[in-house]
Design a protein around this ligand. Sequence first.
Ligand code: NDP
Length: 337
Amino acid sequence: AKVLVTGANGFVAVWVVKKLLEDGFAVRGTIRSEDKGVYLKETFASYGDKLELVVVKDITQDGAFDEAVKGVDAIQHTASPFHLNGTHPDDLIVPAVEGTRTILRSTLRHGTDVKRFIITSSCSAIEELLPDPQVYTEDDWNTQSVKEVEEKGVNASASHVYRASKTLAEREAWKFVEEHKNEIKWDLVAINPPYIFGPPLQEVASLDSLNMSMAAWYRYVVSGTADGEALATAGNNWVDVRDCAAGHVHCMTVQQAGGHRILSVAGAYKWQDWVNAARKIYPNLSVGNTTYDASQALHPIRYNTSKFETLLGLKYHTMEETSKAILESFEERGLWK
Ligand code: NDP
């Protein structure tokens, strides 16, 4: 079977490609330009033509994926901007939403072999940023960020803009499937991960080009420059990139996964938890906040979810395991300064 992976050179996607190839699937990956495929091809050279790369220059152009979807059995749509330096909300929202609509339209027209469409959504499409602690499930939707962008436009915070882009893109996917349910032979699965950490397999020319979530991990855990107060109070929820990728691949073959949103959340963290986990393996890392007490940490966002384990039969890596894998890869790749 062959699987289409969009944005195949991204942090998450490279792991999805790796798992797919290891599981015996052939992969067609889309990239935005030829040069983005060189490192990727080298990474998976041993798989030969089991990995095919095609250039889709502008994912928002209607018909952009018409050729790419032909002959594939499943689609993993991961391509979407994840950064906080857009100058206009449209910089993120248009590729997220139009990119999703475009590939769904191409799939409707030409994806005759497609059985399942998986979209990499996010916890951002679920959680809101509220003053009181909340516990979320797969039934929740983030309406706050969409409202924020509608009301504030270019003055909306970068975080809300990204969160709105993910919410609107996922919403678009469910709407499309509902509208076309009598014409399609495939179903939809949304994977909703929180912050994703793990060893970067993608091309990383220098620390400056690390993807967003791993750049944050580096700054807080490795650089030794993070503010002590922030280490103890700032955090979120997380998942290991290898578990997130396994979720993407497993949900293709587990029949009952169709039609589900699947949260993949290993747990909540404050950055100091990562410093402590990482220092168990590399005691030379800077100690951070010595007064931090994990048992007293207040986590404003928590998740109550079990589909990842019960439906997909997967388990999560621990913070220590993830830290070890990250630090080893940073060291191997010469990123640890
Ligand atoms: P990366 O930045 O590493 O990868 C993003 C991928 O999307 C790249 O292939 C990139 O292509 C492509 N892309 C970005 N902007 C555009 C655009 N305007 N048009 C076409 N393609 C574009 O990020 P991640 O791997 O972390 O993110 C992958 C997915 O996972 C995204 O959907 C993201 O929202 C989601 N996600 C990530 C989380 C995380 O913590 N990392 C958390 C939750 C969800 P190019 O290299 O050419 O820019």
